[in-house]
Write a protein that binds this ligand. Structure first.
Ligand code: AMP
Length: 366
């Protein structure tokens, strides 16, 4: 029987997983290099060590019955050392750590991605520059490995910008994908969980608004047609099945010409799913714990419209409990409020999306 859950990574996602798991009676051991990290504050024990420290990973393995992670950039050697207790598998990490492998799998599952080209060598870079001169469309070049929240991304508007990029990145050995920069109608996300028995559950789709490439707010239910909502559910299940998912998969989508195009995947609970804590029968964190412990999955029904607003380091005024009133304030226990750092979020519930958005406007203005 599973009694102790190990979590690799002690940020806000690990913390919210641990809080859900504690309610279910599990013990938590977290591994993170920062003492008293957000998850460490609510865990039974923290192993303070670097994520690449194989000895520390072995200590985690010995102290737990099952292990999960809160981020995708887990060292694959560490993941392999933990394999006997890692139901999500290192393969899921391998796929989501590299945009090239990720897009290949998405396409293999029968889903659409934005048109892209792989630039994995200097010869491919030269060829890309040559072809671009004949047909220059706005493009975003992304590093295949390691980018998030818009980091490692370069928007190319014309030949001169591409040439400057190519010169700056001459023979670096870094792999890129060059994507067509599309004009989407909306950014959406859908979260699917699956346990080892193959049971699946999908959360209601969120409509996401970004500012400076960081998620600003998620609106749920997304303001899309029933047809699109149904399509998102079926594509999420199709993908989960294809990759033999165990755990949670967040799928970021663009709505473009009434079609859903997959942007990227995250193999864990996602920022755009924080609304589920207050607005769904089961939260994404409880569901994730259920999935990795191979329990039956919970009901994902939306009980109320909700707008989730992120609180970044520069939004200190939103961290004032007295000012937030009846809304659901979640703070992550981070001491240093750096610009752009996710400090917490607020779930604003209401009768309608319009009402929630008005309340959010009031919060942000005051
Ligand atoms: P990503 O890290 O891939 O999620 O990209 C960060 C943000 O950049 C996305 O949320 C979009 O707003 C924007 N973006 C990424 N890829 C594209 C694209 N191919 N076309 C237009 N916008 C994009």
């Amino acid at each position: 029987m599973i009694q102790t859950i190990g979590i690799l990574g002690g940020g806000q996602l690990g913390r919210m997983m641990a809080l859900a798991a504690r309610e279910m009676g599990y013990n938590i051991v977290v591994l993170d290099p920062t003492p008293n990290c957000p998850c460490g504050q609510v865990a039974d024990k923290q192993i303070v060590a670097d994520f690449d420290d194989i000895e520390a990973a072995r200590e985690l393995l010995e102290s737990c019955d099952v292990i999960t992670y809160e981020f995708e950039n887990v060292n694959l050697k560490v993941a392999e050392a933990l394999a006997s207790k890692l139901p999500q598998t290192s393969r899921l990490l391998e796929v989501t750590q590299n945009r090239i492998i990720e897009k290949t799998e998405i396409n293999k599952a029968g889903l659409k991605t934005v048109h892209y080209k792989v630039i994995a060598s200097q010869a491919e870079m030269d060829l890309f520059v040559e072809n671009y001169q004949k047909n220059s469309v706005k493009t975003v070049i992304k590093t295949a490995i390691g980018g998030y929240d818009g980091k490692g991304q370069y928007v190319i508007n014309n030949v001169a910008e591409l040439k400057a990029f190519a010169t700056e990145n001459y023979n670096t050995g870094i792999e890129y994908v060059a994507e067509e920069f599309i004009k989407f109608e909306k950014e959406l996300s859908v979260i699917v969980c699956r346990n080892s028995n193959g049971e699946m559950a999908v959360f209601p789709m969120a409509e996401n608004i970004h500012r400076n490439q960081i998620l600003f707010e998620s609106i749920v239910p997304a303001r899309v047609s029933h047809y699109i909502e149904e399509k998102a559910i079926s594509l999420a299940k199709q993908l989960a099945q294809h990759i033999n998912l165990v755990g949670t998969l967040a799928i970021e989508l663009f709505l473009c010409n009434d079609e859903l195009v997959v942007n990227e995947l995250a193999p864990r609970p996602h920022n755009s799913g924080h609304y589920t804590i207050n607005a769904c029968t089961t939260s994404q964190f409880e569901q994730h714990i259920r999935a990795v412990c191979n329990l039956s999955l919970g009901d994902t029904k939306l009980s109320s419209p909700c707008v989730m607003v992120n609180i970044l380091g520069e939004d200190k005024y939103l961290m004032n409990r007295e000012k937030i009133g009846k809304h659901k304030l979640h703070l992550y226990g981070k001491t240093e409020a750096k610009n752009g750092r996710k400090m917490g979020h607020i779930n604003v519930l209401g009768e309608t999306i319009g009402e929630c958005l008005k309340e959010v406007e009031n919060l942000i203005l005051h």
